[in-house]
Design a protein around this ligand. Sequence first.
Ligand SMILES: Nc1nc2c([nH]c(=O)n2[C@H]2C[C@H](O)[C@@H](COP(=O)(O)OP(=O)(O)OP(=O)(O)O)O2)c(=O)[nH]1
Length: 158
Amino acid sequence: MTDRLLPLRPVVAAAIVDSQVNPSRLLCTARAYPTQLRGLFELPGGKVEPGEDPESALLREIQEELGATISLGAELLSPPGIGVQTAPNQWQWPILEGRTMRVWWATILPGQVAEVGDSHLEARWVPWEDVLDLPWLPTNRPIVTQLLAERVGKATFK
Ligand SMILES: Nc1nc2c([nH]c(=O)n2[C@H]2C[C@H](O)[C@@H](COP(=O)(O)OP(=O)(O)OP(=O)(O)O)O2)c(=O)[nH]1
């Protein structure tokens, strides 16, 4: 059997902000590869391994990519009008290659610093007002727009 006959592995990503109480900046990462995506910004994360639960996968990916441990907040749900339905009452964000992605609000644990490795060119703390000016992966723009809409007035962290 080739990989093409297997279901696509879902992707998970973190919207890492600088504060759970009053977030003012988002950690945006620029991909290093593949060539056609080099320099485009995304939310850090990656593919869920077979048998892995999505939240554990996200913690693992952030540790691997940024060398930091995060604490997860609420999930950023995709509105039904935009999302791909993956289960009853569950819509996930449509992204590249026909994949779907789930996104969680997150913060980095106190005393830890995010530093990029081989998978990213940079990790940049970007104020909300400048976030939409970045060259995002095209499928990320609705996600970033939703982050901007939900950054205040909602229980993104418990
Ligand atoms: N991490 C991440 N991937 C995204 C985002 N938006 C988006 O379309 N993608 C796509 C790009 C890739 O096709 C796929 C994620 O692949 P990846 O290369 O980051 O996954 P990975 O770290 O597990 O890498 P690998 O083991 O497969 O090499 O999802 C996003 O915001 N974050």
